[in-house]
Design a protein around this ligand. Structure first.
Ligand SMILES: CC(C)(COP(=O)(O)OP(=O)(O)OC[C@H]1O[C@@H](n2cnc3c(N)ncnc32)[C@H](O)[C@@H]1OP(=O)(O)O)[C@@H](O)C(=O)NCCC(=O)NCCS
Length: 150
């Protein structure tokens, strides 16, 4: 359980702990190289972590290109879920998008990940399309969900 945490931009030195969250959360976890590329080489990437002062307990990332944004990933360490950490991370991405003039945020989510779909709905994300066989590990379809600012 974490009483207090801070949402802040991800730093290079966070990657080792972010990998722990990643491996705890996904069937096809990203490698350290993927995070390094995002932080160092991708000018459109904005990554945030939830830091409880000792550990990184969650992270998220979004690409922002002009008026469009795309959430690449969000994960919270399993022992820290259902306490609002994920909501805080999504709020940070929405705020950053709004600040930079984004009109639409999109994301992909596994068809079977009904919890995450429900999680995104509370912010106003809606299913707009399906990408057939998007996930190569099991050929699962992705739902494309999107949120548009008025
Ligand atoms: C999706 C994910 C990031 C959500 O993170 P989280 O920190 O658990 O999110 P929150 O705590 O903000 O919200 C989760 C639930 O807890 C509830 N909750 C939030 N604060 C709470 C609190 N203080 N007490 C009790 N419940 C609470 C929310 O209402 C929400 O309910 P729901 O699951 O019925 O929608 C997390 O489940 C995760 O890492 N999953 C694995 C990776 C994944 O699937 N990522 C998405 C890929 S598209």
């Amino acid at each position: 359980m974490s009483e207090q945490y801070n949402i802040r931009p991800m730093r290079f030195t966070d990657i080792e702990q972010v990998l722990v969250v990643e491996q705890d959360s996904f069937q096809m976890p990203w490698t350290s190289k993927a995070f390094v590329n995002e932080l160092v080489k991708n000018p459109f990437a904005h990554y945030f972590v939830a830091d409880d002062g000792r550990d990184i307990i969650g992270y998220c990332g979004i690409w922002i290109v002009m008026e469009e944004a795309h959430i690449t990933n969000i994960a919270v360490l399993s022992g820290y879920r259902h306490q609002g950490v994920g909501q805080s991370l999504v709020k940070a991405m929405i705020e950053q998008s709004f600040k930079l003039g984004v009109q639409t945020i999109t994301l992909e989510v596994r068809e079977t990940n009904t919890r995450a779909q429900q999680f995104y709905r509370q912010f106003g994300f809606r299913k707009i399309d399906v990408e057939k066989g998007y996930y190569t590990d099991n050929n699962e379809d992705a739902w494309i969900m999107s949120l548009t600012f008025d």
